[in-house]
Design a protein around this ligand. Structure first.
Ligand code: PLP
Length: 465
């Protein structure tokens, strides 16, 4: 199953692009690729391998495909390259670190990196969330957060608090904890009974009340009251934590209704339940504030992050916790390990180098503020697609948007995947979940890129069967 690109372009065939970008985008050197052995994640392998879409280089807002085309990045990779691609500062920080200290354990040993990153993170997290536990991905961060929640209650003599509550359509990665509290059916149903004692709140998506909302929809705060029902059903003394994405991304961009998160916070406070915000997507400026917590003015007890933490240049995840949670773990004898948990690569030197360089860029270039100032333009541009064929909803917040298409009747598969293929052909990377298109460009996006995205999408939608 050797595959060769059908068109091999010479440098002279490339479209004209500014010389600074051209330099960073080296031409691909073509090799014969055996597509068979790599089992691709979350992908229809056989379909993809029939007509693969391969990316070979990137710079700023653009990828280059293996056939030499520029692809505008409408999704910051996978919601993660917030500062744009191949930033020289990050590249050199990683290279220098690799040449100086490639690896050092953080079990009963240390190196400066994770201490520096944690201290730097603390400057942008909501108070009083000032302590950081490192993992290598969002999934690991989520499972770590759930374990912290369970152990925290036990340490406080409330070991009966073992139930975990997620939300329908929630996505919290693919660890056993994450899929148990997650609410996306295909991610769960092949894998047995999962964690016991998990419940799900209803999701907040409602086209009847909220279609084409700009920003937070007005209807739906009362959906948080379902937590009261679960408390009544199980008793608060059995419930450890509630985990939600403040804005649900992977399921297709569900924006929290006005007042919803505040209500969830109030109910958690009333019953001593920990509130976890999974900010793997919303962290690092996506909504125009460092974290969604600050954007919405609702402070959780734990925050999970990954993706934008290193601008995705090296995998890294983290859990940021309230001081009181950290202090609870620090109560026992000083010579005792406080939390029997950790990964070989927790606080990996390369990830730390990438994170420090990334956080520096975010601050120096004021990228979170930039996202906030572009959000109104983004909103109007995205909503200009209203009225095009198949579009049944458009929703947005910060620099995120979801465009929901009407499902196809009968055969033909989801429209979303068709839209993805056509957008890619037309030079735009989008993300789709079923029939929902998700957009989340790097925060360095310019108005002209937004116009280009809307223009391509508009053509794609008009031609989509
Ligand atoms: N949590 C949320 C909210 C996510 O969006 C994701 C990934 O998209 C994850 C967790 C899992 O992160 P990872 O793929 O790094 O394990």
């Amino acid at each position: 199953s050797l595959w060769r690109p059908t068109a091999i372009l010479l440098a002279s065939d490339l479209p004209l692009i500014p010389p600074t970008r051209l330099r960073a985008m080296t031409l691909p050197t073509f090799v014969d690729l055996n597509l068979d052995p790599f089992w691709m994640p979350f992908t229809a392998n056989r379909q993809f391998k029939q007509s693969p879409r391969l990316l070979v280089s990137a710079a700023g807002m653009y990828y280059r495909s293996i056939d030499g085309r520029e692809i505008l990045d409408g999704t910051a990779g996978l919601w993660c390259v917030n500062a744009g691609h191949c930033r020289p500062e990050i590249i050199s920080a990683i290279a220098q670190q690799a040449a100086t200290l490639d690896f050092a354990p953080t079990f009963q040993m240390g190196h400066p990196g994770p201490f520096q990153v944690a201290d730097r993170l603390r400057r942008i997290t909501p108070d009083p969330l000032n302590h950081v536990f490192f993992a290598n991905s969002g999934s690991e961060a989520v499972d770590t957060a759930l374990k912290i929640a369970l152990a925290y209650h036990r340490l406080r003599g409330e070991g009966t608090r073992q139930r975990l509550i997620g939300r329908e359509r929630g996505y919290h990665g693919v660890g056993f904890g994450g899929i148990s509290v997650g609410g996306i059916a295909p991610n769960r149903k092949f894998f047995g009974s999962l964690l016991a004692g998990v419940d799900h709140l209803p999701h907040t998506h409602n086209l009847e009340h909220n279609a084409f909302s700009k920003g937070q929809p007005t209807w739906g705060a009362h959906l948080a009251d379902e937590l009261e029902r679960l408390v009544a059903l199980h008793d608060a003394s059995t419930i450890a934590a509630v985990i939600v994405e403040p804005l649900a991304g992977s399921t297709g961009v569900l924006i929290p209704p006005q007042g919803y998160l505040e209500r969830l916070r109030a109910i958690c406070d009333r019953y001593g339940i920990l509130l976890i915000f999974d900010e793997v997507i919303t962290g690092f400026g996506r909504l125009g504030a460092p974290f969604a917590s600050q954007y919405f003015g609702v402070t959780p007890d734990l925050i999970t992050v990954a993706k934008g933490l290193t601008n995705a240049a090296v995998p890294m995840g983290a859990v940021i916790v309230r001081d009181e949670i950290y202090e609870t773990f620090m109560q026992g004898p000083a010579g005792q390990i406080e939390f029997f948990h950790g990964y070989t690569y927790s606080g990996h030197p390369l990830a730390c180098a990438a994170a420090l360089a990334t956080l520096e860029i975010y601050e120096k270039e004021a990228l979170f503020e930039r996202a906030a100032s572009l959000a109104p333009y983004w909103q109007e541009a995205i909503h200009s697609l209203r009225g095009l064929p198949h579009v049944i909803d458009i929703r947005n917040l910060g620099l995120v948007a979801g465009i929901e298409l009407a499902p196809r009747e009968g055969q033909g598969g989801p429209r979303g995947y068709d839209a993805l293929c056509r957008a890619f052909e037309a030079g735009l990377l989008i993300r789709v979940t079923g029939d929902i298109i998700a957009l989340s460009p790097p925060l360095i996006v310019e108005r002209s890129h937004i116009d280009q995205m809307v223009d391509i999408l508009s053509r794609v939608l008009q031609e989509l069967p």
